[in-house]
Design a protein around this ligand. Structure first.
Ligand code: FNR
Length: 355
């Protein structure tokens, strides 16, 4: 039976195990220039040394106006590529594969980070304080933030181009994997969900229409980067009546693979307030549903013990992703291997005496 400490392949890439680090925004770019900082170098360095098979770095904006906050990282210019290069090289030296999650925040852009240079403010940044008019699938505000303007068809075409250009830069920086963020209420999820997409152009309508931009992006990244594994992160349910359902997500996952994706991560929610049954492994069934389409899938969400992670993988899910557990202990993958009594060859030699 497959276990979490066993390797797996994504396209040409071998991952040393199935314990992946979920993308987590650090909101730590105080210069507002999208360039990762010492914080990112140390934070991602610790995670890479902690034994993970695949570290995917935080939601990284494809254009400045796609940032959730001004403290987000970016991949829209060469200075950012250069800074990511060092982080990637260190991860590789530790034997970890490393990917980047590409994002456009749409109606959830232009918010305060709540710390750092932004101070303790929250909510939308007013235009006079350096914020910007957000765009989305429609004019529906998301999560109580400032109302967006519906993006024109041409603007959405330009977003696809920006994702492709950022993917090219990610490849230049040495990232092994590109992840397309289509979850958590950001632009691609705003398009996918019937709750927020009221468009009558080619990016709206039925599920296939609403998935058009996501699938165009995947297809175009695949054409540009034939060997780079692509992961699509979906909110596999909106958790409300009339929203995206797990069956919709499984359908979109199948289409994403046809378009050139290699795996789908099943997260959920983030578009509208909902009563979410949060608890251990509460989203794992969504990944299981996707694997039934023959799609490689990872599960995420309160998977916090080695035993629990083993059970998820033994139910046929290809990998688990850990978020907050890895913030508490960046060496969680190594700790889990030890707790399972597994012999692994990914302990950093400097730390062998601890294991
Ligand atoms: C997140 N999450 C997240 N998700 C994502 O797709 N892109 C991101 O940049 C972020 N940023 C982020 C920051 C922080 C501090 C946290 C805690 C979470 C969600 C994350 O990837 C994961 O799905 C959830 O945290 C649930 O997994 P855990 O934490 O229960 O293992």
């Amino acid at each position: 039976m497959t276990g979490i400490v066993e390797p797996m392949r994504l396209r040409e890439l071998t991952l040393r195990n199935r314990i992946w680090i979920a993308p987590m925004c650090q909101y730590s770019v105080d210069a507002y220039d999208g360039i990762p900082t010492d914080w990112h170098r140390v934070h991602y360095g610790a995670l890479a040394a902690g034994g993970t098979g695949l570290l995917v770095v935080e939601a990284t904006a494809v254009v400045p106006e796609g940032r959730i906050t001004r403290q987000d990282t970016g991949l829209w210019n060469e200075a950012q590529v250069e800074a990511w290069r060092g982080i990637v090289a260190f991860a590789h030296a530790q034997g970890a594969a490393i990917g980047v999650q590409l994002n456009h925040a749409g109606a959830k852009a232009s918010t305060f980070a709540g710390f750092g240079r932004d101070g303790d403010e929250r909510g939308s940044v007013p235009v006079e304080q350096g914020g910007w008019q957000t765009v989305s699938a429609s004019d529906a505000p998301v999560m109580g933030l400032a109302a967006p303007r519906p993006a024109t068809t041409a603007e959405l075409e330009a977003v696809a181009e920006a994702f492709v250009a950022a993917a090219r830069r990610a490849d230049d920086a040495g990232f092994d994997v590109v992840e397309v963020h289509a979850a958590h209420g950001y632009l691609l999820h705003q398009l996918l969900s019937p709750l927020s997409n009221r468009r009558d152009d080619r990016y709206g309508g039925d599920l296939a229409g609403r998935a058009t931009l996501l699938l165009d992006i995947v297809r175009r990244i695949r054409a540009e980067l034939p060997t780079v594994p692509i992961i699509v992160r979906l909110s596999a349910t909106d958790w409300v009546e009339g929203g995206l359902t797990p069956d919709d997500a499984a359908t979109v996952a199948g289409w994403a693979v046809e378009a050139g994706a290699d795996a789908v991560d099943a997260s959920s929610g983030g578009l509208v307030l909902a009563d979410i049954p949060v608890g251990p492994g509460y989203q794992a069934h969504l990944a299981e549903r996707i694997t039934r389409e023959g799609v490689v899938a990872s599960a995420v969400g309160l998977i916090e013990t080695a035993q629990q992670a083993e059970e998820v993988v033994q139910r046929g899910v290809d990998a688990v992703r850990i978020g907050r557990a890895a913030l508490r202990d960046p060496s969680t993958p190594l700790r889990w291997a030890r707790e399972l009594g597994a012999t692994v060859d990914w302990i950093p030699p400097q730390r062998l005496r601890a294991y």
